[in-house]
Design a binder for this molecule. Structure first.
Ligand SMILES: C[S@@+](CC[C@H](N)C(=O)[O-])C[C@H]1O[C@@H](n2cnc3c(N)ncnc32)[C@H](O)[C@@H]1O
Length: 259
């Protein structure tokens, strides 16, 4: 490590609700010289930064990246070379489908010090805000976190195997492939009546949830015009949302049941 360089903190901002950030992350925001933050980070969190902290949006929406990943990695190097304290603020947890490792490898290659501050991943908190536990005794003993949008050139997810291997599936970035995923799970042996929830902007005031089944989810999405960013939860645990109280942030909270 070069002592002249600054340090990069890869910090999980949590799933959206600003109160779900960790105390450690908040303290780092207060002392940061630069904060580089993502699309799904709640910008209210930037209010914790000092007045002279530089705040830079480096978010990626589907097909719309402010900085390609390689440029973003180089930005971290550039600020670190200036001796700054840098917070790389990422939605949820930096190591859950967050490309945190790619950024760290760049830092290691440039001899720059770094530290990771885990965050609450959306895969657990977003369903919880809708009254859906990802596991429940007698209902779901296993849960798998999986991407619906694997990296180009990588082997795709074996949905047919997952159909049998996991009681609950939590799919990140799965909205545009939801129909294909549902069909693959059905052909892998999952019951077509398995409940599915799509939760959009979870833990934010505008959170909304669409419920259907594996056989109806694609039609339901088309009928309701459901769009990303959303998380898909597949499994019997979804039925708890009828029984458990959601954590409602505002009157905009909506539940769209599709029968
Ligand atoms: C690139 S991944 C990042 C995941 C993040 N590192 C985490 O731990 O939650 C982005 C995907 O996470 C899911 N996601 C993140 N925050 C969400 C939220 N507040 N509501 C619904 N889905 C969310 C969506 O599937 C979105 O497309």
């Amino acid at each position: 490590m070069n002592p002249e360089y600054g340090k990069v903190w890869l910090v999980g901002a949590g799933p959206g609700d600003a109160d779900l950030i960790s105390v450690k992350a908040l303290k780092l925001l207060q002392k940061a010289d630069v904060v580089l933050y993502d699309y799904l980070v709640n910008t209210e969190l930037l209010d914790y930064c000092s007045a002279n902290c530089e705040r830079l949006y480096v978010g990626k929406k589907k097909d719309k990246h402010t900085y390609p990943q390689e440029e973003l990695n180089q930005l971290l190097v550039k600020y670190a070379n200036k001796g700054k304290t840098i917070v790389r603020l990422k939605g949820g947890d930096p190591f859950v489908f967050g490309r945190g490792v790619e950024e760290i490898v760049t830092l290691i290659n440039h001899g720059i010090d770094y530290e990771v501050v885990p965050g609450i991943t959306s895969g657990v908190a977003v369903p919880a805000y809708m009254g859906i536990p990802v596991t429940a005794r007698h209902v779901a003993s296993s849960v798998t976190f999986v991407t619906g949008h694997p990296a180009k050139g990588k082997s795709s997810v074996d949905w047919q195997a997952l159909a049998k291997a996991s009681d609950t599936l939590v799919v990140y970035m799965g909205v545009s492939n939801a129909g294909r995923i549902a069909n693959a799970l059905i052909s892998g042996g999952k019951n077509e009546d398995t409940p599915v929830a799509l939760i959009r902007w979870g833990t934010y005031p505008q959170q909304e949830m669409l419920t259907a089944t594996l056989s109806t989810i694609k039609r339901a999405m088309e009928d309701k015009g459901f769009s990303p960013p959303a998380l898909m939860v597949i499994g019997e645990v979804v039925s708890f949302s009828k029984q458990l109280k959601p954590i409602i942030q505002s009157v905009k909270h909506q539940e769209l049941a599709y029968v």
